[in-house]
Ligand binder design. Structure first.
Ligand code: NAP
Length: 249
């Protein structure tokens, strides 16, 4: 039986790494995209292989269209198939609007928004029945910041995740009739290194004790479980929706 193929962007660390590892354990062939963390990405790949699965590391800045095209070409050459795209890569921001410079705001929108357009474009060209494909699943990583406004200094981040909410809905309408299911998760406070720009994990976890109704921060594995559910057949009628994974926040 041919394994299904899942490409996870930003899979060297944090949520993406847990998605890749769980996908490997769940029988997917996994493309592990990353930007700079060669060692961490290769460790994720090795863990999947050690457990008997298949995985490959794919270095590419997903905010750059030419690098995205190259990454998909590498995936085509290796496996010739794509069943699930997880648009997970992203960066946090901590600068006030009156301190915004062009490079900062562009970096956030490239990593968090352009990346999803560039990767979805390539994925739809391969999955859509209108292009001769057999359908598939696209999962976008939003954030509760889209409805809460993010932490102080988080306007660019919150706005970028607001764009993902809308992108998710629009893409679902566009490609649902062509066999592609599209959904987004909106995590809350999850313990990863992304919080370094706001003082680190320990500070965030302290805040979570009072800010989150469940009284704690979430774990990347708790987000990965929902991603894998959305990727699989047991969510076959879930489409165009936003699922908060935020402990009630
Ligand atoms: P993280 O631990 O900082 O990991 C970020 C990952 O994205 C890394 O693998 C990084 O690669 C990769 N990456 C960043 N920019 C990239 C680019 N331009 N091209 C390719 N890869 C890139 O972040 P995380 O907390 O797991 O967040 C993952 C997603 O969840 C993001 O979209 C984030 O906005 C969202 N989210 C997170 C939280 C949270 O509390 N953690 C809450 C809501 C939403 P390198 O290792 O090579 O740098």
């Amino acid at each position: 039986m041919t394994l299904k193929t899942m490409l996870v962007t930003g899979a060297s660390r944090g949520i993406g790494a847990q998605v890749a590892l769980l996908a490997g354990r769940s029988g997917y062939r996994v493309g592990v995209n990353y930007l700079r963390s060669d060692a961490a990405a290769n460790a994720v790949v090795q863990q999947i292989r050690d457990a008997g699965g298949q995985a490959m590391a794919l270095q590419a800045d997903v905010g750059q269209r030419d690098q995205v095209r190259r990454m998909f070409a590498e995936l085509d050459a290796a496996w010739g198939a794509l069943d699930v795209l997880v648009n997970n890569a992203g960066i946090l921001a901590n600068f006030r609007v009156d301190d915004v410079d062009d490079d900062n705001v562009e970096a956030v929108f490239r990593a968090n928004v352009f990346s999803s357009f560039f990767c979805a474009r390539e994925a739809v060209r391969r999955m859509s029945t209108a292009h001769g494909g057999k359908g598939g699943v696209i999962i976008n990583m939003g954030s509760v910041a889209s409805r809460l406004g993010g932490l102080g200094g988080g306007a660019a981040y919150a706005a970028s995740k607001g764009a993902i909410d809308s992108f998710n809905l629009a893409l679902a309408k566009e490609v649902g009739p062509e066999g592609i299911r599209v959904n987004a998760l909106r995590p809350g406070l999850i313990s990863t290194d992304i919080h370094d720009v706001h003082g680190g994990i320990a500070k965030m976890q302290l805040m979570a004790k009072t800010a989150v109704p469940l009284g704690r921060a979430g774990d990347s594995a708790e987000v990965a479980d929902v991603v894998l559910w959305l990727a699989g057949d047991t969510s076959s009628y879930v489409h165009g929706t936003l699922i908060d994974v935020a402990g009630g926040r």
